[in-house]
Design a protein around this ligand. Structure first.
Ligand code: PMP
Length: 305
């Protein structure tokens, strides 16, 4: 067990980290039906602040709606718990993980007898793809695994069962000596990373795949706003993987990955082979926003007091 001091919220109560346990017949453990979020809290100049909490909670509820899971808690309760879990664990910054899952009330595919349960944990977490990657850019590999078709599992939901696909792709990429995977959709067009959305820089345009097979990333949406403020045009359009190679720059976005430059795809250098000027500017503006240094976007921060 990943042993730690601290408290985790489970179904209305804060319990010790070590006692936050579930039964082995927990339905989600067997069949993967569950929804979750990944949220970051940053040490802003004004104190700890959760970035775009409202949007993350909304996506959690939409994910549950898509999967037909009844939510036993209100948006307000989940929002409050996300703040409390930071406070109670004495974190100045960190990663917040709410998960809604089916319990051990019954086995079998039919979810009717099952109850939805909830947990929220938080812990300190640095740069997901490494400090060096953040600075110099990462190396990625086109995955041999295809991203989900929207009619296999509905990709608009951040569903537990979507992630074996990500884990297979990520571990294949790491095993082959790369930092991250690039997954293509069922028709062979670029979809996203194992836990990130992708952007290409082409002159004054940012290009990103549409949401057919990619998650509706909140960082993706943030970067689109930043791009508009930088006077860049944003295009959501399908593209094949060779378009990544001929772009000026490329970067991944995600709550964990933040804004991570990509320097190579399949051993071929992209643009300058390190973080390019547009990526660096987007990254700088992103970190200014999350640290409360951009007065235009203070509304995206929920102070933890
Ligand atoms: N795609 C996938 C598959 C993800 O898991 C994530 C992380 N939630 C993202 C994209 C990025 O989404 P966000 O910016 O909301 O974290």
């Amino acid at each position: 067990m990943w042993d730690k001091d601290g408290k985790i919220w489970m179904d209305g109560q804060f319990v010790d980290w070590r006692d936050a346990k579930i039964h082995v017949l927990t339905h989600t453990l067997h069949y993967g039906m569950g929804v979750f979020e990944g949220i970051r809290c940053y040490e802003a100049d004004q104190g700890p602040a959760i970035f775009r909490l409202g949007e993350h909670v909304e996506r959690l509820f939409k994910s549950a709606l898509i999967l037909g899971m009844e939510m036993p808690y209100s948006r307000d309760v989940i929002s409050q718990v996300c703040q409390d879990v930071i406070k109670l664990n004495g974190l100045k910054s960190g990663y917040i993980r709410p998960l809604m899952y089916y319990g051990a009330e019954s086995m079998g595919i039919n979810p009717a007898p099952l109850k939805t349960h909830g947990m929220v944990a938080a812990w300190a977490w640095g740069a997901y793809l490494g400090e060096e990657g953040m600075e110099k850019g990462i190396r990625i590999k086109t995955s041999s695994y295809t991203r989900h078709h929207p009619n296999v599992v509905m990709t608009r939901a951040k569903a537990v069962g979507n992630y074996p696909n990500s884990i297979l792709a990520k571990s294949e990429a790491l095993r082959c000596g790369y930092d991250e995977a690039l997954l293509l959709d069922t028709e062979g067009y670029v979809a996203e990373g194992s836990g990130e959305n992708l952007f290409l820089v082409q002159g004054q345009t940012l290009k990103t795949p549409p949401l057919d097979s990619a998650l509706n990333g909140i960082t993706r949406n943030t970067v689109m706003t930043i791009a508009a403020e930088m006077g860049l045009k944003v295009v959501e359009q399908r593209f094949p993987r060779d378009e990544v190679l001929v772009s000026d720059e490329a970067f991944f976005t995600g709550t964990a990955a933040e804004v991570t430059p990509i320097r190579e795809l399949d051993d071929r250098q992209i643009g300058p082979g390190h973080a390019g000027p547009v990526t660096k500017e987007v990254q700088k503006r992103f970190f200014d926003i999350v640290h409360g240094r951009d007065p235009k976007h203070m509304g995206w921060l929920t102070p933890v007091i």
